[in-house]
Design a protein around this ligand. Sequence first.
Ligand SMILES: Cc1ncc(COP(=O)(O)O)c(C=O)c1O
Length: 456
Amino acid sequence: MAPSALTSNDYIDLPLQTTPPTPPPPVLDASSSDLDLLRPINHGLTEAKRLISQALECRISTIDHDTCDVGDEDAFFVADLGEVYRQHLRWKLNLGRVKPHYAVKCNPDPQVLRLLAELGTGFDCASKAEMEQVLQMGIDPARIIYAQPCKTKSHLRYAAQNGVRQLTFDNADELYKTKQLLPDAELYLRILTDDSASLCPLSLKFGASLDNTRDLLELAHALGLNVVGVAFHIGSGASDPKAFLKAVQDARVVFDQAADLGFAMHTLDVGGGFCSDASFEDMAAVLSSALDCYFPPHIRIIGEPGRFYVSSAFTLACHVIARRTVNDPTLGTSSYMLYLNDGVYGNFSSIIFDHQNPVPRILRAGDRFLYAAHSSGYETPNMVDYSIWGPTCDGIDCIAQACSFPEVIQTGDWMYFEDMGAYTKCSATRFNGFTDKHSVVYVSSDPSVRALLQLE
Ligand SMILES: Cc1ncc(COP(=O)(O)O)c(C=O)c1O
């Protein structure tokens, strides 16, 4: 089905259906009670497991390793779009003031983007290709922020030619570039943050310090450029809510500097950094109260969440292509090295680039389908010990150095890994001739998604 063209100048909050077919779908707004919002979340969890299990079993039951064509047995994802939808509800419940602009870099999956487009989010794009992917869905360029403080000139020209005007910057050269190529840009000054408590610090590379912000604003003013707001990012996979408080306070300082120079800043961009675990509610609470304390209601607040939306929505299935038995004659024990058909040069790129420790679980051993049957390979001590490796020739290609399962896993068995939606497929390579195009089976544990995307 062709994606629908959403052309509004602002962000629409579509009526979101929580349970089909009656009662009539509630409109998700500030007046919806917490209970109304949480009901579909709880409902979705068991339904999600059932659908994911079904999709995994259905797919792997069609694969015969002895006869299949090359690629038929490749690793694949199951994506639960209902989980993306529930994360959106969670965002709105906890950060109702912040309009999310999904960070496309995190996982540019086309169905995720379609769903988020229908839900009315904006998009954070960092390159020409990301802008193009979003614009080709019929999205109004006003819903895109080109959130890359150091832009390639041809990509900036593309933005100018296609109506993308919101840009971030953090240095003087970028202002001259903007003056040349997109003089009517709506600029956000990205400031430095304390990102020491994040998985992936970004401030080493991006962000103007408060020592420089006044000079940059003066230059922008002298060049006749329009600085409309401040942006920050407290680091991807952040864990210290106080980083948000400090960043909001610093942003306030820059808003005041800008006002002194005659700029009427109207938007604060609080970036990404939110995790999908229980820390989200704590982070959101600190951020919300900081925003309410330092920024009056007429200031528009946007965010650039990536990981938060997709991490828990994607499950990856891989199979064991080879196994090596390691005997320890001194202890009289045996353990196994398992080689999977995906590794750190593929979808487990998140181990290297995103500092993740994906948790291995058994999906199928022999003819037994074991989805959700055991605890993870990190929680079953004193059983059969394994290390898990990827398919390439490189020794760095290790997925798990030590784990254990109650089963003796054989070549041809399948494993699965949950929470594989963020910074995985998008940073996979084709090293050693392996594919970076792993397929995705979509399910939706929430009927609203099927309705929004007009599936079935
Ligand atoms: C500018 C910018 N915005 C948003 C994001 C998304 O961050 P996260 O996935 O932690 O929400 C990133 C990630 O690197 C980023 O660099």
